[in-house]
Write a protein that binds this ligand. Sequence first.
Ligand SMILES: *Cc1c(COP(=O)(O)O)cnc(C)c1O
Ligand SMILES: [Zn+2]
Length: 435
Amino acid sequence: MAAPNNHLSGQPTRSCATGLRCPKCGQTFPLSETEAFCPECSRCLDVTYDYELAAQRLKQLGLAERPQNVWRFDELLPITDAAAQSRVGQVSGFTPLIRAERLGAELGLTNLYIKDDSSNRPSFSYKDRVVSMSVARLLELGKTELGCVSTGNVGHAVSALAAKAGVPAYVFYPNRLEHTKARVCRALGARVCQVDGNYDEANRECRRLSAETGLEFANISLRPFYSEGAKTEGFEIIEQLGWQAPEHIVLPAAGGTLSSRAHKGLKELETVGLAETAHTKIHIAQPDGCSPIAATIVDGRDAIEPVIPTTIAHSLAIGAPGDGMLVVDAVRARGGTAATVTDEEIWAAVDLLGATEGILTEPAGGTAIASLSKLIDAGHIGSDDVTVAVITGNGLKTIEDHPDKPWPTMVPCEVDAMRDALDQLRDGAAAGVGA
Ligand SMILES: *Cc1c(COP(=O)(O)O)cnc(C)c1O
Ligand SMILES: [Zn+2]
């Protein structure tokens, strides 16, 4: 493989990032800081911006001329080198916002939209947004290797985006790694290691591994930059609704990056004068088998109690969520709430979304839809409220996990037998039975 060209142009992007700041003690650091965590409180650092400058720049260059991808609002992203940005590629982000009339009718909502990251590129999940920032940052730092710790989708995004940027990728998976996950990463040129511990244990040791070896980890040592990519979910939802912020956004939560940064992104749009977003409630969705953030919200507690995950929603199986309290604060600040759902409810919701909207999602998306249904039943979402449910991942990745149904019956390959079979299938459809 050719050595990557790390001579960047030095041309600036429109980024208005000014530095890094500890969300707990407020200590500030230059943007060039390479430590991801505050030395005092070990909290992950947060990127700060010059919002006046961002507002000016956003006005100067009309959005119509801008590419429809993750870099569209780069005033509010932390990447400052244009060559790093362009080497990451232009395919991530700006996924469709789909009006979901048929699903809405099933759930009793007249204004339901699906934000469809199951079709995100290059690796078909929301993680393409955040890992795009990590890879660009890696290139800015002149580093030539990328690691990650993953429950599934981060590994796919790192493998694909590192391949495109020409840097080797190392993916560390916790135990109970599924074969398809390793195969996807390897087919994208990455090297895969399985670690005999759960995600939270693997994450802890990868943090040490990164410190001891200098290997940058997309979601550990580059985390302040990674997290900023999740704001693009919020930016796009508001723009795609014609700059009219919805009443509700329902998001699945694992470590809490997506939901806390969607909140930050909405606040920023208000700050730079693009939209009024203060009324938008953020609700989070978690599986019963791993709901440390939802439990904190619902019980009104002020600290997250870590859990040992047991859920089919592997991409949501983070028992010690790093951004958990940021999510709790965001949900409370916006007057939202949380719902939790069983594995059976998750699969039923995956099938409902598939059969009503033609969107195949993984259990994380099923968690969002099943939770949406509970939020409606509990009266948190009214039937005419403009509501967006975020579908974060693609169901082809997890199709082998779907609960078994009887294998399709084999009939003679002959029209009479097939006509009888069709009659039976039609009866099944009329009875609402999947065949
Ligand atoms: C990672 C992930 C999430 C949750 O993301 P956090 O930012 O960790 O809360 C949701 N859905 C899918 C498919 C994911 O891969
Ligand atoms: Zn601090």
